[in-house]
Design a protein around this ligand. Structure first.
Ligand SMILES: O=C(O)CCC(=O)C(=O)O
Ligand SMILES: [Fe+2]
Length: 191
């Protein structure tokens, strides 16, 4: 997955808007693929449990609408239908066809930042399709490719870490107090 991720990032790099690439170069990003950090990158094994048919109806949400907070996500087809993407031109939700052994590539927020909006982050969600039984489960195994924490993203975000921290506070995963405490500890460790 890492090798494939590197190749895709290299491809994106080669086809990126020239001015954006230049901006990345002047901020020490010589190649997009070189920003890929294997220790920050994670593969997740997800199981969406069956719903109780008394409590949920077809159409029920399994993962609400979001964008991934990373460069790109490599998402092999799940074990069942249900993944949907939002068409950013019309706002419409579209089902991703379930093709066995296919690989879906989602663009994440960090690539949107690094490409100056040329690559838009993919809004996606997981539902129980309207014509399917809620009492079956669903598995999927995404790999989230992340850059090194110190990677420059954009004029607004000097580092990937600054961007991630802001998103995690927004999501309520971290409090501003926890972030301040982490910074204090990092400074103390340097002394
Ligand atoms: O289960 C899926 O197909 C998508 C999972 C997902 O979007 C995520 O974990 O961020
Ligand atoms: Fe996602």
């Amino acid at each position: 997955m890492l090798e494939l991720g590197r190749e895709l990032l290299q491809w994106i790099d080669e086809h990126m808007d020239a001015a954006t690439r230049e901006q990345l170069r002047t901020n020490n990003v010589t190649r997009l693929a070189e920003t890929l950090d294997p220790t920050n990158t994670m593969m997740r094994i997800l199981r969406y449990p069956p719903y109780d048919p008394e409590l949920a109806a077809p159409g029920a949400t399994r993962a609400s609408a979001h964008e991934d907070i990373n460069l790109i996500t490599l998402l092999p087809s799940g074990s069942a239908r249900g993944l949907e993407l939002r068409d950013h031109r019309t706002g419409e939700w579209r089902e991703v066809p379930l093709v066995p052994e296919a690989l879906i590539i989602n663009i994440g927020d960090m690539l949107e930042q690094m490409s100056n909006g040329e690559y838009r982050a993919t809004s996606h969600r997981v539902v129980v399709p309207a014509d399917e039984d809620v009492s079956s489960d669903r598995m999927s195994i995404p790999t989230f490719l992340h850059p090194f924490s110190s990677t420059y993203l954009s004029p607004k975000y000097a580092t990937a870490d600054a961007f991630l921290t802001e998103r995690l506070i927004e999501l309520g995963v971290l409090t501003p107090e926890q972030v301040a405490e982490k910074k204090r500890q990092a400074v103390a460790a340097e002394i």
